[in-house]
Design a protein around this ligand. Sequence first.
Ligand SMILES: NC(=O)c1ccc[n+]([C@@H]2O[C@H](COP(=O)([O-])OP(=O)(O)OC[C@H]3O[C@@H](n4cnc5c(N)ncnc54)[C@H](O)[C@@H]3O)[C@@H](O)[C@H]2O)c1
Length: 434
Amino acid sequence: MKRRSFVAAASAAAASSALPAQTAGGKKIRLGVIGCGRRGRSNLRSVLKLSDDIEVTALSEVYKPNLELTLKMVPGAKIYPDFRDLIADKDIDAVLIATPDHWHAYMTVEACKAGKDVYIEKPISVTIHEGQTMVKAARKYDRVVQVGTQQRSGKHFQEAAAIVQSGKLGTISFVRTWNYANLYPQGIGNPPDTDPPADLDWDMWLGPAAERPFNKNRFGVNPYQYAHFRWFWDYAGGMMTDWGIHLLDIVLMAMAEPGPRAVSTFGGKYALIDNRETPDTIMASYEFPNFVCTYENRVANAYAGGLPNYGILFHGTEGTLYVNRQYWEISTEVRRYREPQPRVEPRMSAARGDARNPSTDDHWRDFVAAVRKRSKPICDIEIGHKSTAMALLGNVSLRSRQRIDWDPMEETTENKEAQTYLRKQYRPPWKLEL
Ligand SMILES: NC(=O)c1ccc[n+]([C@@H]2O[C@H](COP(=O)([O-])OP(=O)(O)OC[C@H]3O[C@@H](n4cnc5c(N)ncnc54)[C@H](O)[C@@H]3O)[C@@H](O)[C@H]2O)c1
């Protein structure tokens, strides 16, 4: 599919497919949840608000304390210690997959094969090849697959994208995205490897990832923070794919682009003294036909120059639009043609729009409507794959130490070093097969 038709198809979002008997005639969608951690449960809070349309009938979880917390929310749900039995259950119409990232592709493909619709958390995969296979599975088995990049359902994000597309900001030549924090010095700490806790099936948690001794941080579940698996290459891709994807997804939406033409990333672990593997400092630069986009992350210094500690800036010749989960704001440009240019600060806040809808609730509403209509959801798997691929490419460039020239429609590069990072081996017996 050519670039423009991809973008058009993505926004039209209206393919039809066969209606499963179970969800015909307005019956409730029966949902199984795989992965009952922090995000699994926050999704459930949105699902429970849609109780006329959807009911949670089954749970699968390999860590008992998380299962118990979730059962309190849905006391009658069936429990499947092995998610493959949940996927095989003919009385389930759809699944929510909220496990760590290294499981996403396998579980999504198997769920599609079993005729389930899927709500899959972001990032959809840990390699680009996995993402491609997920898109093929959704199409081959005619499934509705929504990706949990819920900012797309945020009305103020949609407004911000409309402003970018209206031309009001002039020619946009630079887009900047970032997350900053300061976790210096101990970060997530440095716990030793130990035996896994008795209430965790560690082998089933690792699944297709390499066999490793249990480490508290690799598993990462804790009551205070999002789980630390995010900071280990076997399971995820650091902030680049954890948060970067949310911001880059909005860049692709607003700029109506399928992906970058090149990427070059620098970074490393320079300051934190903990056992994470992913960088504490990273800067990815992406080249598009008419603009440059960056993603920056620091977790050893949180200074943001007066702006919030994360967000997106679209820099145009007439103005700059800032957007985060709370609001968007435009600063107009004051141009001067004399040289040297006088120091003129842009006028701030020429216009502002606040967030006014709960985006995860509305993302689920959209999923339910798509399941009923057999249409593509707002963040169809192909869109989620393109956004995930952009974030993953940032890490491919970092890890291969290469500038990568990329064809965003064919999803290919001639760069041999980069190619080795586009797919990965699964630990037997797990196999990703359509
Ligand atoms: N959309 C968002 O804003 C958002 C926010 C947070 C997290 N997420 C995504 O949600 C996913 C989960 O993140 P989290 O912070 O909730 O992690 P978490 O570790 O708290 O939860 C994951 C759960 O999956 C369970 N699990 C692992 N392997 C399993 C298996 N084989 N079968 C059943 N359960 C299994 C774990 O035991 C754990 O309870 C990640 O992909 C993350 O990127 C999305």
